[in-house]
Write a protein that binds this ligand. Structure first.
Ligand SMILES: C[S@@+](CC[C@H](N)C(=O)[O-])C[C@H]1O[C@@H](n2cnc3c(N)ncnc32)[C@H](O)[C@@H]1O
Ligand code: SF4
Length: 459
């Protein structure tokens, strides 16, 4: 009999929480990054093919207020001055980078943070003018901005539309007041209604909602209520993240009392309930944590087999190159990954001195690229044919070690094998990340893969 959620002993929540598994937004993951000489990154930039579109990521590291659950790289500021100074620097970084790459065509643009919505409308427009002067962005397929609903208004939304933004991602998290208070992020339903009205009037019809389960005081009842409130807005795409509670890394999360947090079993039940309601209401479940309506481009890409995984999560972006700007931003190049220094102060100093702010990263090998495609396919489609992918990469790889773990997963009822395709079963779906570790050549494979599944936590 296959092991089910019910008969798995999820007894040791502390152990589960301490054993966080990669989310594989990249492979190798950022955990493997070491020091990277900025000159290597500069060489990657100067050797980018001039006829292939790239994508751009802008990290705006400021927020007006601290959310206690936050796991992002951000700094709270109650003055606009530091934001203005930062804008001067990021514009300089864009110009310096474009001097190395040339004026390339851009496929996707993503503003994340922190809170890009902290930028004043005029400042956003000026920044985009600089980007437009340096890169050919006029035919970008997607231009997305992450929004904190509390810091956006009609003027900002109109400025996004004018600049070409065609997707907004709203940080909703949860509609329950008790939970909102416990995470220091109170935002009313009427505020979201107001935001949505302005997006509609501005012609931005693709709106994502970011929701989180596993937050303080969430129960099946409150999750259900949040999902039904969400459904009324009909966002074309929903991300349903598991709360990552890492107080040893994010000290402010210590403000969230341990006793207020749902345990592992409750978290899983919350995800399953939310997922069920969304699917009953026309959303297709995509990968680990996304849901999309049939008219959302992510659904079409998923349906056609073209879904990919990158630092922003699931994407239809086909570019092989993502250039990151701003502190902590990660770039993905054909030759490897490069991350900017996270400290805003040191980032400012480096860019002002005319040097690339990249400090960490990793060169990737041909074999890394093969495993990246295997892991990404599994993360997107819950199935993979490793031999087919190895052949496409012209690598003769035996997968002996991997097959031994995969066989254990088959015996446990988490995987099925048909015609060389390993497909995750319904019972195995909650363990997607643990199953993906089988192909991760950098992951410490000590211990049993089944054990890893039992202790999988969604953080
Ligand atoms: C950069 S924030 C989005 C924009 C804006 N700062 C906001 O909060 O509305 C990106 C998303 O990451 C998610 N997030 C942040 N911290 C998280 C955590 N500890 N665990 C899970 N998701 C988290 C939230 O859903 C948040 O909306
Ligand atoms: S969740 Fe968003 S608004 Fe809140 S602190 Fe984090 S980045 Fe800022």
């Amino acid at each position: 009999m296959p092991m089910t959620q019910q008969n798995i002993a999820l007894k040791n929540d502390a152990a589960a929480r301490s054993r966080r598994l990669p989310r594989y937004t990249s492979y190798p993951t950022a955990l493997e990054f070491g020091n990277l000489d900025a000159k290597i990154y500069d060489r990657w930039l100067t050797s980018l093919p001039t006829n292939e579109p790239v994508s751009l990521y802008f990290h705006i590291p400021y927020c007006e207020k601290l959310c206690w659950f936050c796991g992002c790289f951000m700094t709270v500021t109650n003055k606009y001055g530091p934001v203005e100074s930062f804008l001067d620097i990021i514009k300089k970084e864009v110009r310096q980078t474009a001097a190395k790459t040339g004026r390339l065509k851009v496929n996707h643009i993503h503003f994340g943070g922190g809170s890009p919505s902290i930028l004043e409308p005029e400042d956003f427009k000026i920044l985009i003018d600089v980007v437009r002067e340096c890169y050919d962005i006029d035919e970008a397929e997607e231009f997305a901005v992450e929004i904190d609903p509390r810091t956006v208004d009609e003027a900002k939304i109109n400025a996004y539309a004018e600049a070409g933004v065609n997707r907004a991602s709203l940080g909703i998290q949860d509609f329950n007041l008790k939970t909102q208070q416990a995470i220091n992020r109170v935002q009313s339903l009427s505020l979201i209604k107001e935001n949505m009205k302005h997006f509609k009037n501005a012609g931005i019809s693709n709106v994502n909602f970011d929701l989180i389960y596993g937050l303080p005081y969430q129960t099946l009842e409150t999750i259900k209520d949040t999902i039904y409130k969400t459904l009324k807005f009909k966002p074309s795409r929903i991300a349903l993240f598991g709360y990552a509670h890492v107080p040893h890394m994010k000290k402010h999360q210590q403000l969230i009392a341990n006793h207020s947090l749902p345990n592992q079993q409750e978290r899983q039940a919350q995800f399953e309930l939310a997922s069920k309601i969304l699917q009953e209401n026309g959303y297709t479940s995509i990968g680990l944590d996304h849901f999309a309506l049939a008219d959302d481009p992510l659904f079409k890409t998923f349906d056609e087999g073209g879904l990919r995984r990158n630092f922003q999560g699931y994407t239809k972006d086909k570019s092989d190159t993502l250039i990151g700007f701003g502190p902590s931003a990660i770039s993905s190049m054909p030759g490897g990954y490069a991350q900017n220094i996270p400290s805003i102060k040191l980032y400012n100093e480096k860019v002002s001195a005319g040097v690339s702010p990249v400090v960490r990263g990793l060169s990737i090998s041909k074999t890394d690229k093969m495993f990246r495609e295997i892991i990404s396919t599994l993360m997107c489609y819950f199935e993979v044919d490793p031999v087919k992918i190895s052949k496409a990469h012209q690598i003769d790889y035996g997968f002996e070690k991997e097959i031994s773990s995969l066989n254990k997963l088959i015996t446990a009822g988490y995987l099925e094998l048909n015609d060389g395709i390993y497909k995750i079963t319904t019972h195995g779906r909650p363990f997607l990340r643990a199953i993906a570790t089988v192909f991760d050549q950098y992951f410490n494979q000590d211990g049993d893969v089944i054990d890893r599944c039992i202790h999988e936590s969604e953080g």
